[in-house]
Design a protein around this ligand. Structure first.
Ligand code: NAD
Length: 437
C-alpha cells in the first residue's frame, strides 16, 4: 500500500493530514516519506514545494548483461536515482545487494538529500545500486558488472552533475574501476567522478574511516549533553563492515567496551569485551564474526535487545521497528546505517528515554569527507589527514549542536529536529530558485 499525499490541495496551505496507518513499516520509501511529511507539517511548507522536494527529480533504470566466469550470461537490473540537485550536484553511494530495488534506492537517495543539507555541504542527494549477490561473485565478475553498469550511467553522472561513492558491498577498488571506465568514456582521466577512491588515484586521506569517525564525533557530543562517561560505557554493533568495524575501533580508542557485534550471518557476545581487530581478522578469515573464540554466538534479534549504553546499527534499513523498539535498552543509538529505525519505533524510543542520533546526522561524516575529496580534486591539491579530521570535527560538531538546539526548542526527537533543519534548507533553496520557466 502506498501512502497518499498528505496534502489535500497542492495550491493551498494546510491542514496537512498524516494518516500513519497508510505508511508500511517494511517499505523504506514509506518510512522516508513519513519522516519527510512529519517535518513538512511542522515547517508548514507550501504544498507544492513539499511535493516537489519529497520525490526524486530523476530516475534511471538499466538492464544489462553480465558474463559470469563460467560463460553463462545473466541479466541484471541497475538503478540511479537523483533525488535532488537544488543545493549542488547529486551525491550518494552505490549498493550491490540482492534486496536492491527502485523503492529502496529512492528512499536512500532522499536520505542523502536531507543529510547533505543537515551538514550544510553543497550537494543534493542521489543513490544507486545493482540487484545482485556479490557473495557469489568473483572479483572479475564484480569488475565486469561495475564497468558495464557505469558505462550505462556515464551520460548522467559526472563531477558537476552526479558523483557516486561506496555503500554496502562497494569499496575503493570498485570506485577505481568507475574512475577508469568513466575516463575511457570521456577520453581523459576524470578522478572527481567518484569519491571514496584509493589515495593513489586521487582519494582523500581519512575517507575510509570518515563515516565512523563522524558518527563517533556525534557520539562524543551526545555524551557531553547526556553526561555519559564513554570510558566506562559498553557498546553493541549491528553490521561489521566498513562503518561497523571502524566505529568499533574508534570507540575502543575512547575506552568504550565492545560487548557484542554481528554481521548478516549472526552475532557474538562477550561481557568481558571483544577485541575489534581480532574479531575483524576472524571475520576476514572465516566469512563471519560467528564462532569467535571466547564469545557466545547470538542472533541479530538478541543483539539489538542487549543491555548496553551505546547501540550502533551499521547494517541495513528496518532494524528497529515497533516490534522490538520497546525491548531496546541502549541509552544512545548512533545510526551508522541509513534508515535503521522506523518513525513508529522512534516514538517508542523517545518515550523510553533512548537518545537517537539519526542517520542523516550520525553517518554524515562519509559524505562530508567525500565533499572534501571532491574539493581537493577540484583544487588539484591534497590535505593532510589531520586537516581532514579537524574540518570534519568542526562540521559534525556544528550540525549536532544545531539539531540538538532545534530538538530542545521544538520539543521533538533528534530525527524530526534533523529533518526540520535539512528539509528547511532544501525548501529555502527551492523558494529562492523558483520555477522554470
Ligand atoms: P559494508 O558492506 O561494508 O558492511 C555491511 C555489514 O552489514 C556487513 O558486515 C554485513 O554482513 C552486515 N549485514 C548485512 N545485513 C545484515 C543483517 N540483516 N544483520 C546484521 N548485519 C548485516 O557496508 P557499509 O559501507 O559498512 O554500510 C553499512 C551501512 O552504513 C549501510 O546502511 C550504509 O548505507 C550506511 N552508510 C555507509 C557509508 C559509507 O561510507 N560506507 C556512509 C553512510 C552510511
Amino acid at each position: 500500500m502506498r501512502a497518499a499525499s498528505p496534502f489535500p490541495d497542492m495550491n493551498k496551505k494546510g491542514p496537512l493530514m498524516i494518516d500513519r496507518s497508510r505508511y508500511d513499516e517494511n517499505n523504506p520509501l514509506d518510512m522516508h516519506n513519513l519522516q519527510f511529511d512529519i517535518a513538512a507539517q511542522r515547517l508548514d511548507l507550501e504544498p507544492w514545494i513539499a511535493e516537489k522536494i519529497k520525490h526524486p527529480r530523476r530516475e534511471f533504470v538499466v538492464r544489462f548483461p553480465l558474463r559470469r566466469d563460467d560463460g553463462r550470461i545473466e541479466l541484471l537490473s541497475g538503478y540511479r536515482v537523483q533525488h535532488n540537485t537544488l543545493r549542488g550536484p547529486a551525491k550518494g553511494g552505490l549498493r550491490y545487494h540482492p534486496n536492491v530495488d527502485l523503492n529502496e534506492v529512492r528512499a536512500l537517495a532522499g536520505w542523502m538529500t536531507w543529510k547533505c543539507a543537515v551538514v550544510n555541504i553543497p550537494f543534493g542527494g542521489a543513490k544507486g545500486g545493482v540487484t545482485c549477490d556479490p557473495s557469489t561473485m568473483s572479483q572479475h565478475e564484480i569488475e565486469r558488472l561495475t564497468r558495464r553498469y557505469i558505462w550505462e550511467l556515464s551520460p548522467i553522472i559526472g563531477p558537476d552533475s552526479d558523483i557516486p561513492a561506496p555503500d554496502v558491498n562497494t569499496n575503493p577498488q570498485v570506485m577505481a574501476w568507475i574512475v577508469d571506465t568513466y575516463s575511457v568514456f570521456k577520453g581523459y582521466t576524470c578522478p572527481s567522478v567518484v569519491t571514496g577512491k584509493p589515495i593513489e588515484i586521487g582519494g582523500s586521506l581519512g575517507r575510509l574511516k570518515a563515516t565512523s569517525r563522524g558518527a563517533i564525533f556525534t557520539l562524543r557530543e551526545a555524551a557531553k549533553v547526556l553526561n555519559i562517561d564513554l570510558a566506562s560505557s559498553t557498546a553493541v554493533i549491528q553490521g561489521y563492515g566498513n562503518v561497523g568495524y571502524h566505529a568499533a575501533q574508534l570507540m575502543e580508542e575512547l575506552g568504550v567496551k565492545i560487548i557484542a557485534m554481528s554481521d548478516s550471518k549472526g552475532g557474538i557476545l562477550s561481557h568481558k569485551g571483544l577485541n575489534s581487530s581480532e574479531a575483524y581478522e576472524h571475520r576476514q578469515r572465516t566469512g563471519s564474526v560467528s564462532d569467535f573464540r571466547e564469545a557466545d554466538n547470538i542472533t541479530n534479534a538478541e543483539l539489538l535487545e542487549l543491555p548496553c549504553d551505546i547501540l550502533v546499527p551499521a547494517a541495513l534499513e528496518g532494524a528497529i521497528t515497533r516490534e522490538n523498539a520497546a525491548k531496546i535498552e541502549a541509552k544512545v543509538i548512533v545510526e551508522g546505517a541509513n534508515g535503521p529505525t522506523s518513525p513508529f519505533a522512534d516514538d517508542i524510543l523517545y518515550d523510553n528515554g533512548s537518545f537517537v542520533i539519526p542517520d542523516i546526522l550520525a553517518n554524515a561524516g562519509g559524505v562530508t569527507v567525500s565533499y572534501f575529496e571532491w574539493v581537493q580534486n577540484g583544487q588539484k591539491l591534497f590535505w593532510t589527514e589531520e586537516d581532514v579530521y579537524k574540518r570534519l570535527d568542526k562540521i559534525m560538531k556544528t550540525a549536532f549542536q544545531e539539531v540538538y538546539d532545534i530538538s530542545a526548542r521544538e520539543r521533538v526527537n533528534m530525527r524530526t529536529a534533523a529533518y526540520l533543519l535539512g528539509v528547511g534548507r532544501v525548501a529555502k533553496a527551492k523558494r529562492l530558485r523558483g520555477i522554470f520557466p
